[in-house]
Design a protein around this ligand. Structure first.
Ligand code: GCB
Length: 573
């Protein structure tokens, strides 16, 4: 795993993009490490011959998955080497870093022939300090990416989405003064709407330093003094206009030490649970949500840019949502930031998705790292209200313990948000037509997410209006997934599932909404899913052909009939 502490490059004037075309070698038989591709050597003597080169071959776009860039890589799982040069000036005394916003699934990184670090996990950022190995002038950066699925991976061998590999997200070279702002949290104090609290952590400081925290629009120009470890915690009385879906107010903030300065855009809000209610800024809210993958279906590839985020989020807003579940992994920062500015509350999740090898102690370690990296990255996003530790995992002693540990870790990292998980293991009492749950993990989370495909994987066993829910009634329940498949344009009887028709998909939604009226603690819904998405899981050659068709919108962007049913439901809430 890589170094899990990272700075925010998006607000740092000293962050230089390394996006663009990179040279690439497809290394199906893993020859690259034994042959030392990372040395990128050229023959020096007449008799010398080196059986690889990055020159004159494949060039891949960074950011972006490799699978969608050339047809030969569509199903590829394995090693791909990436290489590029970049110019740098070695300013004396400064520290330099390479920051990766997301590489799937494993990355090994070399600078000028020296290994600078490795990282596992496809959906969270990492950075390496490269000061020792950087040279003045031309630098050679090489990344070995491997996207093999693995038994001890998170996610593991099977998952219902495309296993996109590559340098999926932005890459930066960051050059900072030796003493610089390394990490910060600026949020409302837990349970308070008039106290801004948090901390600043410097790097490189060996004596107490003066740090200036500025939020001009709130009249805050506060000088803080760190301890000898460069750390200072603070509480500042303030009356910010609160962030909400109706008014997603964001403030410009900056933090400076010496010549170093970072800026960010931060909103302030409170979120808490009281009985079965979710209170945003003290008022009960109903989460009108939707799920989506980090994918642009029309391009058949991962979403990676701000423009991609704007496309997805505009469809979320058109549906009338105030909430998104960014399934099933932390999506790129553009998506989170664009969603927050659009007034969307966000559920973020680590990719502990079904089939995880919980009996392997390495899993807890890996999951903890992913959780830490997610919380580090997004702890300043007011839009994020829920951290989720898992999706659809089956109870066992190992699983119960792992998830309980992860819930506690989440709370210790951030006590200002709610903790959840999505469950699919509710049981049904035929005598009373009632759903209930017996799961130790549902007892320790703040909000229970329920995934239930009534009308699709499970037929309704009774009239929807007769089905009762007695699931974790002492806390809020979010119907975190429900829905069914339809091929856009396909028509058929409204009561027959196997035609994949829009008419039947519409029926599923109407029936589920009827059933939801009987869930006393229902405080939110997020249908599965906004767009049809690519998945090798889906083998029906007529209707699916490698696509999960549960989208309310097709892969070409056409809205299916159920889209309107969801929109109407949200308009009435
Ligand atoms: C689920 C999973 C989701 C799948 C979906 C489906 O329960 O959480 O990742 O894609 O069902 O379509 O079956």
């Amino acid at each position: 795993m890589g170094q899990s502490f990272m700075m925010n490059p998006y607000g740092c004037k000293d962050a230089h993009s390394l996006n663009g075309k990179w040279n690439a070698i497809i290394d199906l038989y893993s020859r690259g490490e034994p042959m030392k591709f990372y040395q990128n050597r050229k023959p020096e003597k007449k008799s010398q011959f080196i059986e690889y080169t990055f020159d004159g071959g494949l060039r891949l776009d960074v950011p972006g998955d490799f699978n969608s860039q050339i047809p030969e890589l569509k199903y590829y799982e394995g090693n791909v080497w990436y290489q590029r040069f970049f110019e740098a000036k070695k300013s004396l005394g400064n520290r330099q870093f390479i920051y990766f916003a997301g590489v799937s699934y494993e990355a090994a990184v070399w600078l000028n022939g020296k290994e600078i670090g490795r990282h596992e996990g496809g959906f969270t950022p990492f950075q390496f300090d490269v000061t020792e190995h950087l040279v003045d002038g031309k630098n050679d950066l090489i990344v070995l990416v491997n996207n093999n699925r693995r038994v001890d991976g998170i996610p593991a061998m099977n998952f219902d989405w495309w296993n996109y590999g590559g340098i999926l997200r932005d890459v930066f070279f960051i050059d900072r003064p030796s003493t610089h702002v390394h990490d910060y949290k600026v949020q409302l104090k837990k349970g308070e709407s008039k106290i801004i609290a948090g901390y600043v952590q410097l790097r490189g400081a060996t004596s107490p330093q003066k740090v200036q925290l500025t939020i001009n629009e709130l009249g805050i120009q506060q000088v803080l003094t760190t301890n000898t470890q460069g750390y200072v915690a603070f509480e500042i009385p303030a009356t910010p206009e609160l962030w909400s879906p109706q008014s997603p107010r964001i403030y410009d903030i900056s933090i400076a030490v010496g010549h170093d300065r970072v800026s960010d855009e931060i909103g302030f809000r409170t979120i808490e649970v009281k009985g079965a209610d979710i209170l945003l800024n003290g008022k009960s809210v109903f989460l009108k949500g939707i799920n989506f993958h980090e994918e642009i279906p029309q391009r058949k590839g991962r979403a990676y840019s701000e423009a991609d985020a704007a496309m997805i989020i505009s469809e979320v807003k058109a549906l009338g949502c105030n909430f998104v579940r960014t399934a099933h992994y932390p999506q790129n920062e553009h998506i989170v930031r664009v969603a927050e500015k659009a007034g969307l509350m966000i559920w973020e999740e680590i990719p502990l998705w079904q089939g995880i090898e919980f009996s392997n102690p390495a899993i807890l370690k890996k999951a903890e790292t992913m959780l830490r990296e997610m919380v580090y990255r997004d702890k300043n996003r007011a839009g994020v209200i829920i951290w989720s530790v898992a999706n659809e995992t089956s109870p066992s002693d190992y699983r119960d313990q792992t998830l309980t540990d992860l819930v506690s870790l989440t709370r210790s990292l951030d006590d200002t948000r709610l903790v959840s998980a999505a469950f699919d293991n509710m049981r049904y009492n035929k005598e009373t037509s009632t759903f209930y749950i017996k799961d130790k993990v549902s007892e320790v989370v703040d909000v229970v997410g329920m995934n239930k495909y009534m009308g699709w994987y499970n037929p309704f066993r009774d009239e929807p209006k007769n089905i009762k829910w007695d699931v974790a009634t002492d806390k809020p329940l979010i119907m975190s997934e429900f829905g069914g498949e339809a091929l856009y344009g396909q028509r058929g009887p409204a009561d027959v599932a196997h035609h994949w028709s829009e008419d039947y998909q519409e029926t599923i939604y109407r029936q589920n909404y009827r059933m939801f009226e009987n869930i006393p603690n229902l405080r939110g819904t997020s249908p599965w899913v906004l767009f049809d998405f690519r998945s090798p899981y889906r083998c029906h050659q007529t209707y699916q052909n490698g696509w999960n068709r549960k989208g309310l919108i097709s892969d070409k962007g056409q809205r299916k009939k159920a889209w309107q049913v969801v929109k109407d439901f949200y308009e009435k809430r």
